[in-house]
Design a protein. Structure first.
Length: 98
């Protein structure tokens, strides 16, 4: 399993817009054939901080996600809403086994 945790810091005035745009990306991403999870988490005590937890069957499926229309639309839509560049950290998922 190929996983990425994406840390996102959104400008406060764009939190609601970011959530709406990210929900659309989530809904399309979970339909991708290689997607196992695509969770969106908002920090409880710092609501402009988010983590996107993305799990794919393999690196090729994760790379294919970056080519989808919904991802490219999301990336362009939210770009100016970032308080700092988003940071993706890759992990090898051990459990659960898919």
């Amino acid at each position: 399993m190929y996983t990425t945790l994406v840390n996102v810091n959104v400008k406060t005035e764009h939190i609601d817009n970011f959530i709406a745009a990210t929900q659309l990306n989530h809904e399309a991403s979970v339909q991708e054939p290689g997607n196992l999870r695509f969770d969106i988490l908002q920090m409880a005590d710092t609501p402009n901080r988010f983590i996107l937890y993305e799990a794919y069957r393999n690196a090729d499926a994760a790379a294919a996600h970056k080519e989808t229309a919904h991802y490219l639309t999301w990336r362009e839509t939210v770009a100016d809403w970032m308080a700092s560049p988003r940071e993706g950290v890759h992990y090898v998922g051990l459990f659960p086994e898919y």
